[in-house]
Design a protein around this ligand. Structure first.
Ligand code: NMX
Ligand code: MLT
Length: 440
């Protein structure tokens, strides 16, 4: 099939049949258990969710529909004529259908998203009137997504009595429109907040046929290297299986049949927390503080070790290190490191990040609390953005959010295609636990 909608449609019945067989065969098997400690401990490692678009292995990292990051970089179509990074539109096809798309399939997604990208003028004007200096860019972002909700096809279809079997298609329509509009919204927020509301004229972005380049150009960056960075960034941050805060929030809220706009806004609110997506902003601030504290002293192991201990002694986490699932270096970190080694090997901030890669894991091991002392995706992204002039770190999580829509909304389409019910796990009280176990 040439269109994304037809490709998804062709997969639904076979997938439903597969789920049927799995449930017939294994429906009563125990997938995971939950101890009292896990219930108090953020449900860590409790297997209680099915999420099709990606799967995270603690040692190897993320696989998108079975493909690792290096495989995606190799197999997904690139921008013409000389792009080296995968196009996010190709990842969107992969996540929605499970197949690596052909060049022409990706081109059809690029054109479709380009056509959907126009944001209603009144929404832009509303954003222009927000108090930019007092509202964090993530707050502006989530307001914008809620404003766009009025265009939801899913909500409209529901109000007109659409059949449950048709929800997925309306959900997909909303997902594609929202994904297409997010770069425009992000750029509006960026230019309003940091560039005196001087917006990039539409003519400048008109020849940008892919989402990465469109995002780069409408933010105000003109180099082809930055276009490539945006493509890589949008691919790397898209999806990280179902249990992370943003993906889980989208799934949970969507399960009430709240439309994709409402569900994604919930995900963004979770992404805005410093232990989740906001860590990318915290990392850059921390790196800059570190540089300042070093003064003129060299970036030696000794000097950096002392500064890391200082962060820990002050009761803070070291941002960009650790993970709830991963137990090795995040391959998303590695992909960004490779980009840096190619394009900015001599950048001082990259050298600081590289040196911290040697230092921090040892410090965290010695502290003896963390389950994973290795760096995650957020440790690296800021120095790349900063190198190209995107220095406003409190904007960084907005970029993470633009990307996260690709994965979480693809998964949401499948939630509706498979007719998953409202999520409603059972909770208990501490008293209930005492009563229950003391009785035994
Ligand atoms: N620096 C200092 N202490 C840490 C760190 C760190 N980077 N990571 C974990 N710990 C502490 C953690 O706070 C906990 O302490 P306590 O028992 O006093 O509450 C202890 O080590 C055990 O935590 P873990 O089980 O290793 O980690 P958990 O699964 O609870 O949390 C993170 C995972 C990612 C929230 C945690 O590693 C962290 O706070 N990292 C820094 C923030 C960060 O980089 N977040 C971004 C994650 C990626 N993303 O984009 O979402
Ligand atoms: C993510 O990308 O969502 C983060 O790495 C957090 C997670 O997976 O828990």
């Amino acid at each position: 099939p040439q269109t994304l909608t037809e490709a998804v449609r062709s997969k639904i019945e076979p997938m439903k049949a597969q789920v049927h067989v799995v449930r017939e065969q294994f429906g009563e098997e125990v997938l995971g258990t939950c101890t009292v400690n896990q219930a108090y401990g953020g449900m860590r490692s409790v297997k209680s969710m099915v999420y099709e678009t990606s799967l995270l292995d603690p040692e190897e990292g993320i696989r998108f529909r079975g493909y690792s990051i290096p495989e995606c970089q190799k197999l997904l179509p690139k921008a013409k004529p000389a792009g080296e990074q995968p196009l996010p539109e190709g990842l969107l096809w992969l996540l929605l259908t499970g197949d690596i798309p052909t060049e022409s399939q990706v081109q059809s997604v690029c054109m479709d998203l380009k056509q959907r990208a126009t944001v209603p003028e009144d929404v832009l004007h509303f954003l222009d009137r927000l108090p930019h200096k007092r509202l964090h860019p993530m707050t502006q972002f989530t307001i914008a997504v809620n404003l766009l909700q009025r265009d939801s096809r899913m909500t409209e279809a529901y109000a007109h009595g659409a059949a449950k079997s048709a929800y997925w298609e309306h959900c997909l329509e909303d997902a594609l429109t929202l994904i297409a509009r997010l770069p425009v919204i992000a750029a509006r927020i960026y230019r309003n907040t940091f560039h005196g509301a001087k917006h990039i004229p539409l003519e400048t972005t008109a020849n940008a046929d892919d989402m990465g380049k469109r995002l780069a150009r409408s933010l105000g960056f003109e180099s082809t290297e930055f276009d490539e960075l945006m493509r890589l960034y949008l691919v790397l941050h898209a999806d990280h299986e179902g249990g992370n805060v943003s993906a889980h929030a989208v799934r949970l809220v969507g399960s009430a049949l709240s439309d994709p706009y409402l569900a994604f806004a919930a995900g963004l609110n979770g992404l805005a927390g410093p232990l989740h997506g906001l860590a990318n902003q915290e990392v850059l601030r921390w790196l800059l503080q570190m540089k300042e504290k070093l003064g003129g002293r060299p970036m030696t192991t000794e000097n950096l070790t002392e500064l890391c201990w200082q962060t820990l002694r002050e009761g803070h986490v070291i941002p960009g290190f650790g993970h709830a699932v991963l137990r090795r270096t995040d391959p998303r970190y590695t992909a960004q490191r490779e980009f840096a080694l190619k394009y900015l090997p001599h950048d001082e901030m990259f050298q600081l990040v590289s040196k911290l890669y040697e230092v921090v894991p040892q410090v965290l091991e010695e502290q003896g609390k963390v389950k994973n002392p290795w760096p995650n995706v957020d440790q690296h992204s800021g120095v790349l953005l900063r190198y190209y002039g995107l220095v406003e770190s409190n904007f960084y999580t907005v970029l993470f959010g633009v990307s996260r829509a690709i994965g979480t909304l693809s998964s949401l389409v499948w939630d509706r295609a498979l007719g998953l019910p409202i999520e409603r796990p059972k909770s208990v009280t501490t008293q209930w636990i005492r009563d229950h176990f003391e009785k035994r």
